[in-house]
Design a protein. Structure first.
Length: 63
């Protein structure tokens, strides 16, 4: 799953995100979803989430 639809992303899911500062390189940070921050049902760049580590980024894949 790509993580562009809000209904695909669940709290507690293991995901790969791109942090704001890594958008140029596309470096993926892995973690567990703590909060879903995007309110809309779809976002073309990925749903924005906060990981349990406190890092915030857009979902690129869901395990």
């Amino acid at each position: 799953m790509e993580g562009k639809s809000r209904n695909e992303v669940k709290v507690g899911s293991e995901v790969g995100i791109v942090l704001k500062e890594d958008q140029r390189t596309g470096e993926i940070t892995e973690g567990i979803v703590q909060d879903i921050l995007t309110n809309s049902s779809f976002h073309p760049h990925g749903i924005k989430v906060r990981l349990t580590t406190g890092e915030v980024g857009r979902v690129k894949w869901i395990k």
